[in-house]
Write a protein that binds this ligand. Structure first.
Ligand code: NAI
Ligand code: MG
Length: 484
C-alpha cells in the first residue's frame, strides 16, 4: 500500500536541505506519495499561527511527516514580527516542534548515531529519550508552597525565603516508563542491538531511580538475548565520549535524554550529520537534529547528510529497510571519499553538490574499500631506518582496488600502537600492520579486546580485516598477495 508522506520544509536551511534531498524519493521508486505543506516562522508572521489549520489537515491523512527545521524567536520578537493587523491581539507563539510532538503523542525521541568516518573505533549507538514526562513535565514554578517547604527542610531555602526560590517536578509514571522501555527493547531487537542501558541517577534520586529500575527489569524479562545495564547519567556521558563502542541503545527520561542525545550527536561528528525520529501513537515525524541555522541560510552551504539520514530513518520506520540502508551507505561513501563534502566536513561543496554526489553514489554504488598502513618500529620513527615495506604494501593494496587513505608510523610501545590502531579503525576497512614483533601482537589484542594468543597473518575483527605482516618488504608483499 502506498504510504503518504508530508514534507514540511519550514525555515532557513530546512528548506535548502529538503530541496536537495527530496529527489531521493523519485530515484528510489518506492510506493510513496509526497505532499508538501507549510510550517514555521513565516506562517506565524503572516497568519499568527506557525502550524496553519491546512497543515493539520494534511498531517491527519499522512503516514509520516518529514520536517526540515523551524525558526523560533523570543516573546517580544514574535509579537513585533507579526503583520500589523495581528499585533496586540494577544496571540501566543507555541513552538511547532512542541505542537507536532503533542499531536503525535510522541513519547520517544530516537537519535541514532555512529562513526561514519574519522579516527576512533567504529560504533553504533542510539539514544532514546522519553518525551512526555520526566523533569520537563511542565511543573516549574517560582515560590515554594508551605507544605513543600516543610518537606524540603533545606537551609538555603530558609535563608532565601520561599518567594526567592523555584522548584521543578520530575514526574515518572508506570504507564510512561513501561511504554518507553517496551519500545527500547523492541527497537534493540529490531535493529540488531545486543545491549540496552538505562541512564538515570539512582544513587541520588533514590525512589524514582528504583521505580525506573524495577520497570526496566520487568520490560527486559521478555528479551533474554539482550544485555541490560543501569548506569548513572554522568558516568554514561563520560563513557559515551571515551568509549562509545561499548554502548548500544541508551534510554533515559526526558531531561537526561535531551542532554545525552545532543552529546551523542557531537560524538558522531556534529549537527550536519545527526537525524532524529519522534514516535508515538499519532503521526510520527522525522527531522534532522539541527535547526534553521539563520547565519548559514541562503548561502547553500548546509550539509544535507542529516536530512538524507533522517529520510533513511523514516523509510526504515515505514518498513523500507533496504532503501534506508542504501541511503546510509551512499552518505557514508560520499563522506569517506571526501571529494564533494560541505564546509563542516572540511570541504567546500555546496548543499546541492553534496546532495548530488550522494544521489549519484546511490544510483551506481561503487564499492568503497578503505585501507590504512600502520608501520610499527622505533628505528623507523627515529629515522634510523627507511620504510621500504609501506610503499610496496601501498602499491599492492591500491592495485587490489583499495583506497589507501592513511599511513601512520609509530614506536613499539604498547600505548603508541594502541593509539595508532584506534585512529585507523574508524576510517579503514583494511589495516595492514608492518613490523611483526610479539609485543605488537599483544598490543593489537589489547586494543581490540581479544585474547592475545591469535596466530597467523590475518585477523577478522567486526567488519574489519587486519593484516600483521612480516618485517621485510618481500615477505610482507608475499604474505599480503597471498591473503588478498
Ligand atoms: P542550529 O542547529 O540551527 O545551528 C547551530 C549551528 O550549527 C549553525 O550555526 C551551524 O554552524 C551548524 N549547523 C547546523 N546545521 C548544519 C548543517 N546542516 N550543516 C552545517 N552546519 C550546520 O541551532 P541554533 O543556531 O541554536 O538555532 C537556530 C534556529 O533554529 C533558532 O530559531 C532555533 O529555535 C531553531 N531550532 C530549531 C530546531 C528544530 O527545528 N527542531 C532545533 C534547534 C534549533
Ligand atoms: Mg536538545
Amino acid at each position: 500500500m502506498t504510504k503518504r508522506i508530508l514534507v514540511l520544509p519550514g525555515d532557513g536551511i530546512g528548506q535548502e536541505v529538503c530541496a536537495a534531498a527530496i529527489p531521493v524519493f523519485e530515484q528510489l521508486g518506492l510506493p510513496l506519495s509526497l505532499d508538501f505543506g507549510e510550517i514555521g516562522w513565516e506562517c506565524w508572521c503572516r497568519g499568527g499561527d506557525p502550524v496553519p489549520e491546512r497543515t493539520w489537515r494534511q498531517i491527519a491523512v499522512s503516514d509520516a511527516v518529514l520536517l526540515g527545521a523551524i525558526t523560533s524567536k523570543g516573546k517580544n520578537q514574535a509579537e513585533a514580527e507579526l503583520v500589523p493587523e495581528l499585533r496586540g491581539k494577544g496571540l501566543t507563539y507555541t513552538s511547532p516542534v512542541i505542537q507536532l510532538r503533542k499531536q503525535a503523542d510522541a513519547y520517544v525521541n530516537v537519535r541514532p548515531t555512529g562513526r561514519i568516518a574519522g579516527p576512533g573505533k567504529p560504533f553504533r549507538m542510539v539514544v532514546l529519550r522519553e518525551n512526555t514526562e520526566g523533569l520537563y513535565v511542565g511543573l516549574d514554578r517560582r515560590g515554594v508552597p508551605e507544605a513543600l517547604r516543610t518537606l524540603l527542610n533545606n537551609p538555603n531555602l530558609e535563608k532565601s525565603g520561599p518567594d526567592d526560590a523555584t522548584y521543578s517536578v520530575r514526574l515518572l509514571t508506570r504507564w510512561g516508563l513501561t511504554r518507553l522501555f517496551d519500545y527500547a527493547f523492541f527497537y534493540a531487537r529490531a535493529n540488531g542491538f545486543d545491549r540496552v542501558t538505562l541512564a538515570d541517577k539512582a544513587n541520588v534520586l533514590r525512589e524514582s531511580g528504583q521505580f525506573s529500575a524495577d520497570l526496566f527489569h520487568a520490560a527486559a524479562a521478555t528479551y533474554p538475548e539482550i544485555t541490560i545495564g543501569i548506569e548513572n547519567v554522568d558516568a554514561v556521558a563520560l563513557r559515551m565520549v571515551t568509549r562509545p563502542e561499548t554502548y548500544g541503545v541508551i534510554v533515559a527520561e526526558n531531561m537526561f535524554g535531551d542532554i545525552l542525545s545532543d552529546l551523542a550527536g557531537g560524538v558522531m561528528g556534529g549537527l550536519g550529520l545527526a537525524p532524529s525520529a519522534n514516535i508515538g501513537t499519532g503521526t510520527p515525524y522525522f527531522e534532522p537534529v539541527h535547526g534553521s541555522a539563520p547565519a548559514l541560510a541562503g548561502k547553500g552551504r548546509a550539509n544535507p547528510s542529516a536530512m538524507f539520514l533522517t529520510i533513511a530513518l523514516m523509510l526504515e520506520h515505514l518498513g523500507f529497510v533496504a532503501a534506508a540502508r542504501s541511503i546510509r551507505e551512499a552518505v557514508r561513501a560520499t563522506i569517506v571519499r571526501g571529494r564533494t563534502v560541505t564546509y563542516d566536513l572540511g570541504g567546500d561543496a555546496s548543499t546541492g553538490a553534496m546532495a548530488e554526489a550522494i544521489l549519484a553514489e546511490l544510483k551506481s554504488p561503487t564499492p568503497l574499500r578503505r585501507a590504512c598502513i600502520l608501520s610499527v618500529g622505533t628505528a623507523l620513527l627515529e629515522g634510523r631506518s627507511v620504510d621500504a615495506v609501506a610503499p610496496a604494501v601501498a602499491r599492492l593494496l591500491s592495485k587490489g582496488g583499495y583506497l589507501v587513505g592513511l599511513h601512520l608510523t609509530c614506536g613499539e610501545q604498547k600505548a603508541a600502537i594502541g593509539n595508532a590502531l584506534t585512529t585507523c579503525l574508524g576510517q579503514s576497512d583494511l589495516i595492514a600492520i608492518t613490523g611483526g614483533s610479539d609485543a605488537l601482537r599483544g598490543a593489537v589484542a589489547a586494543t581490540l579486546g581479544i585474547p592475545a594468543d591469535f596466530s597467523g597473518t590475518r585477523l577478522d575483527w567486526r567488519d574489519k580485516v587486519i593484516y600483521l605482516l612480516p618485517e621485510t618488504s618481500d615477505a610482507a608483499v608475499a604474505a599480503l598477495e597471498h591473503a588478498l
